[in-house]
Design a protein around this ligand. Structure first.
Ligand code: CMC
Length: 429
C-alpha cells in the first residue's frame, strides 16, 4: 500500500481514496470503501479501467507488448522450457529444480486417464456436436466423478484437483475429437511427453502404427505454453467469479470453457482462419481492408486488435515462427492462407486506420494456420486453447481461493429499466 491518495469531489463534498502500487503496471485507486463513503457506485462496463483482483501470476504490458508468467518473459519460457515447466511455474510460483520437475511430470502423468464410465457420457452427445459443447459438458461432469477433490477448503484436494485438470484435459479434448469423427478413443500413453501424448490420442488409430513427429510435438507444446495464462481475460475472470461463490474447481473450469468459446475470445483463431480462406487470394485483400475500416460494415479483421496489447502481441511473433517451422517440416511450400496472412499483416501494419488505433496481429492470426497444418479441423482450435488455458484458470482459481480476504464477486449496476410500478392483471392490459 502506498501513501498516495486520490481525491474525489462531488459538489461541495470530497473524499480521499487510497492508491495502491503494484510491482509494475499502473497504480490503482482503491474504491472498495467508496460506496460506504459516498453512496455512489463506479461505472465501467467491460472492466476497461477496473482491476478486479490482486494477482501475482501474470503481467502484461500492452503498450510495450510484454507478457510475463511469474516475472519470466513468455519468449524465454517458450524457447527454453516445456509446457509442464510452465504449469509448475504458474501453479507454484517458481521454476522447478530438476528433481521437482521430474516429480511434477510424474504426478501429472499419473492422472491422465479418465474414469471409464465417462465414455458413456460422450456417447450421449450427437456425433455432430461442436467439440466445445462436449468440453463444457464433460469438464462440468468431472465433479460427478471425482468427489474426493471437490472440497475447496482442503489444500490437498485443491492440489489434486489442479493436477487432475492439467492431466486430464488433453484426454478429454482428444476424446471429444475422436467422438466427432467416429473413431475409437485412444488411451493416454504415459511414456510420452504431454504434447506427444496429446497428438497420439488425437491422431493414432488401432489399425496402424502412428509415430509422433517430434517437430510437430514441440510446436504443439509451444502453442500450449503461449496460451497457458493471460491474466484477467474474460474466461479467467469467469472462472474467478464462478469460484468466488465456493463452487468446485471442475464446475469453475467448465464456466471458463463456456466463456472461451465466444468468437471475440478463444473462437477468434477459427474465425481468423475462416477469414483468410474467405479472402482467398492476395488481390482481394484491399476490399477486406476497406470493409474492416467501414463503420457501417460489422466486418472486423479477425486476429487483429486486442483489449490489452496496443503493440505487437509477443505471442504472435512466436506463433508466426512456429507456423513457419510446422509448414517447413510438413513440406507445405505454398499455403494460400499463409500467403494471404503475411500480405494482410504487411498492408494492415502500414495502414493509417490500423496504425492510429494500434491494431496489431494477435496470437490467433497465425495459430489457425498452424493448427490446421498439424491436422486439426477448425472446430478443435478453441478446444486446444482450453487445454492450454486450464493451468492458468486453475492457478488463478487457487490464488483466489487461498486469499484470506476473498469475497464472493458481486458487481453493481446502473439501473435504467422501469421505475417501480403496480402489477396490472392480465385481463386489464
Ligand atoms: N478490425 C477492424 N477494426 C477494429 C478491430 C479489427 N479487428 N479491432 C478493433 N477495431 C476498431 C474498432 O472498430 C474500434 O474503432 P472505433 O474506435 O472507431 O469505434 C477500435 O478499433 C477499438 O475497438 P474496440 O472494439 O473498442 O476494442 P476492444 O478492446 O473492445 O476489442 C477485440 C478488442 C479483441 C475484441 C477487438 O480488437 C476484435 O474484435 N478483434 C477481432 C477478434 C480477435 O481477433 N480476437 C482475439 C483476441 S486475442 C485472443 C484472446 O484474448 O482470446
Amino acid at each position: 500500500m502506498s501513501d498516495k491518495i486520490a481525491k474525489l469531489s462531488i459538489g461541495n463534498d470530497s473524499w480521499e481514496l487510497p492508491i495502491q502500487t503494484g510491482v509494475i503496471g499502473p497504480d490503482v485507486i482503491d474504491i472498495a470503501s467508496m460506496y460506504k463513503q459516498t453512496g455512489k457506485f463506479t461505472y465501467d462496463p467491460g472492466f476497461t479501467s477496473t482491476a478486479s483482483c490482486e494477482s501475482k501470476i501474470t503481467y502484461i504490458d500492452g503498450d510495450l507488448g510484454t507478457l510475463l508468467y511469474r516475472g519470466y518473459p513468455i519468449e524465454q519460457l517458450a524457447e527454453h522450457g516445456d509446457f509442464l515447466e510452465t504449469c509448475y511455474l504458474l501453479l507454484y510460483g517458481e521454476l522447478p529444480t530438476p528433481a521437482q520437475k521430474t516429480d511434477f511430470d510424474l504426478r501429472v502423468t499419473r492422472h491422465t486417464m479418465l474414469h471409464e464410465q465417462m465414455q458413456t457420457l460422450y456417447r450421449g452427445f450427437r456425433r455432430d456436436a461442436h467439440p466445445m459443447a462436449i468440453m463444457v459438458g464433460v469438464v462440468g461432469a468431472l465433479s460427478a466423478f471425482y468427489h474426493d477433490s471437490t472440497d475447496i477448503s482442503d489444500p490437498h484436494q485443491r492440489m489434486i484437483a489442479s493436477l487432475r485438470m492439467v492431466a486430464k484435459m488433453p484426454t478429454i479434448a482428444a476424446m471429444a475429437y475422436k467422438y466427432s469423427i467416429g473413431q475409437p478413443f485412444v488411451y493416454p500413453k504415459n511414456e510420452m511427453d504431454y504434447a506427444s501424448n496429446f497428438l497420439n490420442m488425437c491422431f493414432a488409430v488401432p489399425a496402424e502404427q502412428y509415430k509422433v513427429n517430434p517437430v510437430l510435438a514441440r510446436a504443439m507444446d509451444r502453442i500450449f505454453t503461449l496460451h497457458a495464462d493471460h491474466e484477467q481475460n474474460a474466461s479467467t475472470s469467469t472462472v474467478r467469479l464462478a469460484g468466488s461463490s465456493g463452487a468446485n474447481p471442475f464446475a469453475c473450469i467448465a464456466a471458463g470453457i463456456a466463456c472461451l468459446w465466444g468468437p471475440a475470445h478463444g473462437g477468434a483463431n477459427e474465425a481468423a482462419l475462416n477469414m483468410l480462406h474467405e479472402i482467398g487470394s492476395v488481390e482481394n485483400i484491399p476490399e477486406y481492408i476497406r470493409r474492416a475500416k467501414d463503420k457501417n460494415d460489422p466486418f472486423r479483421l479477425m486476429g487483429f486488435g486486442h483489449r490489452v496489447y496496443k503493440n505487437y502481441d509477443p505471442r504472435a511473433r512466436i506463433m508466426q515462427k512456429t507456423c513457419h517451422e510446422v509448414l517447413n517440416e510438413l513440406g507445405i511450400k505454398d499455403d494460400p492462407a499463409l500467403e494471404v496472412a503475411m500480405e494482410l499483416e504487411k498492408i494492415a501494419l502500414n495502414d493509417e486506420y490500423f496504425v492510429s488505433k494500434k491494431l496489431y496481429p494477435n496470437i490467433d492470426f497465425y495459430s489457425g494456420i498452424t493448427l490446421r497444418a498439424l491436422g486439426f479441423p477448425a472446430e478443435m482450435f478453441t478446444v486446444l486453447f482450453s487445454v492450454a488455458r486450464t493451468v492458468g484458470w486453475i492457478a488463478q482459481w487457487k490464488e483466489m481461493v487461498e486469499d484470506p480476504s476473498q469475497k464472493i464477486g458481486r458487481p453493481r449496476q446502473l439501473y435504467t429499466g422501469s421505475d417501480k410500478r403496480d402489477y396490472v392483471t392480465i385481463g386489464q392490459r
